[in-house]
Design a protein around this ligand. Structure first.
Ligand code: 2AM
Ligand code: CA
Length: 262
């Protein structure tokens, strides 16, 4: 693998460190599921514990850098040049239910451009890595998006609507419209892994509304470096961290865009 920037090495190191406690916590979930209290609080603390390790390790190396995370919010807000974007557990609902489809997602950004990113599923030990200009990798093998050319044959993944969404009906009708025009649609519950799976050709495309930037930041660079196309739609200028995204291989991108009722 040709990826060797100091940032990518740091991300991989902190991911591996945080994943040790995350794997332990995941192992506890089964026991908690049968307790009357349920695993809800435990998951929140697993999220926080993982995030704390990630933040501490990045701050050890770069105390002055900006960090945006799901749980803690924004650290060193004034540093707009160098930022780390962290989602400690993407796919929290899966984690909570003992389903091994979740990941640590970390991206590094300079002057508003994502430079590198990692998405790591510690349970099945799949690490997706990309660095600007140097390609995308799954574990140590180069990955590329699929070569599917016809949208009717495409396997598409999506997510949402979230529980409190105010546009559930719109999202459901979009789902129906896409379903009718592609081979099939899947919902796997982790935006980061959905994007990584498009990057390695398991899915041909992905769309989702009402995401947060940390759900997809690492996915963006991994997918781009794997030859994928990405589009954001209906952007909210007052809330730049909120995202609606379409991502796919290059062949079916415009057709998938047309199926989304913008
Ligand atoms: P999370 O697991 O970190 O919450 C599920 O469709 C995907 O959407 C997950 O990646 C999930 O991230 C993300 N998502 C973002 N905001 C969400 C919300 N409010 N409710 C559920 N999923 C959300
Ligand atoms: Ca997330």
């Amino acid at each position: 693998m040709r990826l060797n920037s100091p940032q990518i090495n740091l991300i991989i190191k902190v991911c591996m460190k945080a994943s040790r406690s995350l794997i332990r916590d995941f192992g506890e979930i089964e026991n908690l599921q049968v307790s009357t209290k349920g695993p809800g609080d435990f998951v929140t603390s697993a999220d926080k514990r993982t995030e704390k390790i990630l933040i501490e390790e990045i701050q050890k190396a770069h105390p002055e850098h900006g960090i945006i995370t799901e749980e803690t919010g924004i650290i060193n807000k004034s540093n707009i040049e160098k930022k780390w974007i962290i989602d400690p557990i993407d796919g929290t609902m899966n984690f909570l239910n003992g389903i091994p489809q979740f990941a640590i997602s970390i991206a590094y950004e300079e002057k508003g451009e994502i430079i590198c990113g990692v998405i790591f599923n510690p349970i099945i030990n799949e690490m997706f890595v990309a660095e600007k200009g140097n390609g995308a990798y799954l574990n140590n093998s180069r990955i590329r998006v699929s070569n599917k050319k016809i949208i009717k044959d495409a396997l598409i993944v999506t997510g949402g609507p979230k529980g409190n969404s105010k546009i559930k009906n719109k999202i459901f009708s979009e789902y129906i419209n896409v379903s009718k025009n592609v081979s099939n649609v899947r919902k796997f519950g982790s935006a980061a892994l959905d994007m990584a799976y498009v990057a390695c050709g398991r899915f041909d495309g992905y769309w989702q509304r009402e995401l947060n930037y940390w759900d997809i930041a690492a996915g963006i660079i991994i997918l781009k470096e794997a030859g994928g196309f990405i589009n954001f739609f209906e952007e909210d200028k007052n809330n730049p961290l909120k995202k609606n995204i379409i991502a796919s291989n290059s062949n079916i991108h415009n057709e998938l865009l047309d199926l989304i009722s913008k």
